[in-house]
Ligand binder design. Structure first.
Ligand code: GTB
Length: 216
C-alpha cells in the first residue's frame, strides 16, 4: 500500500524544507517506503474534504488504505513502528528514542516556533523587540541543555533514530537566526543529519514541488 501525504502546492518557505511534510518525506526515505503526494492550496486545506483528514485544516495528512492520520509526530511514529530503521529493537532504547521525539515536539520546538511567529506574523507590534529577546533566551536555554546532553556524540541516543529526525527538523528552522551557530556541536549535528542520503532525497523532492510552482 503506497501512502499518500499532503504538501503545500506552493510552500511559503520557498523550498527550504521547513514545512511539516519534510519530516515525513524524510522518515519515508529513511525506511525505503515509496509515497505519493497530494498538493494542496491554502484554500483547499480549509475545505471539508481536507478537514476530514486534518481537523485543523493544515498539512499534513497521511493516508494508507483505511488509515488516515494527521500530526507530523504521530505520522513519523507510525512509520517508525511499522518499518525497520528509525527505532531501536531494544524495548528501552525504543522508548528513549520516542522520548526524544516528544522532546523535539514539546520541549525544543515550541520556543523556536514562537520566534517565527513573533518575527513574521507579529513583527509590527510595539512589544516585538522585547518579546524577541525573551523568546531567544528561552531558545538558548533549551539549546544549551541539548548541547550538553549531545556532547560529542553523533546522535542523541546511540544510532540515528526518529528522535534525531524530529529534533534536527525542529532545529533547522533556527538557521537564519544565527542561534544554532552559538552551539557548534548542535550545528554539526544538524549538518551531519543533512548529509544522510534519505534527507537529501526528501529535500530534493520538496524543492522540486516549489520549483514547479514557480515555473508554472
Ligand atoms: N502540529 C502540526 C504537525 O506537526 O503536523 C502542525 C502542522 C502545521 O503547523 N502545518 C502548517 C500549516 O498547514 C504548515 S507547516 N499551516 C497553514 C495553516 O495553518 O493554515 C508550518 C510552516 C509554515 C510555514 C513555513 N515557512 O514559511 O517557513 C514553515 C513551516
Amino acid at each position: 500500500m503506497i501512502p499518500v501525504i499532503t504538501a503545500f502546492e506552493s510552500s511559503p518557505d520557498r523550498g527550504q524544507g521547513l514545512a511539516r511534510d519534510m519530516r515525513v518525506r524524510w522518515a519515508l526515505e529513511e525506511v525505503g517506503q515509496p509515497y505519493e503526494v497530494r498538493l494542496v492550496s491554502f484554500q483547499s486545506m480549509k475545505e471539508p474534504a481536507h478537514r476530514a483528514r486534518n481537523p485543523f485544516g493544515q498539512i499534513l495528512t497521511y493516508e494508507e488504505g483505511d488509515l488516515v492520520l494527521f500530526e507530523s509526530g504521530a505520522i513519523v511514529l507510525h512509520i517508525a513502528e511499522r518499518h525497520a530503521g528509525l527505532l531501536p529493537n531494544d524495548a528501552n532504547a525504543r522508548s528513549r528514542a520516542i522520548a526524544w521525539m516528544f522532546a523535539a515536539l514539546n520541549t525544543v520546538e515550541p520556543p523556536i516556533l514562537d520566534l517565527a511567529v513573533a518575527k513574521f506574523l507579529e513583527g509590527d507590534k510595539p512589544w516585538t523587540a522585547e518579546r524577541l529577546e525573551l523568546i531567544k533566551e528561552r531558545i538558548c536555554k533549551r539549546l544549551h541543555d541539548l548541547s550538553v546532553r549531545l556532547g560529542d556524540a553523533d546522535w542523541l541516543d546511540g544510532a540515528f533514530s526518529a528522535g534525531d529526525l524530529m529534533m534536527v527538523h525542529a532545529l533547522q528552522r533556527l538557521k537564519p537566526s544565527g542561534l544554532l551557530g552559538e552551539y557548534p556541536n548542535l550545528a554539526e549535528y544538524v549538518a551531519h543529519a543533512e548529509e544522510r542520503p534519505a534527507f537529501k532525497r526528501a529535500f530534493a523532492a520538496q524543492l522540486a514541488v516549489f520549483a514547479a510552482s514557480e515555473s508554472g
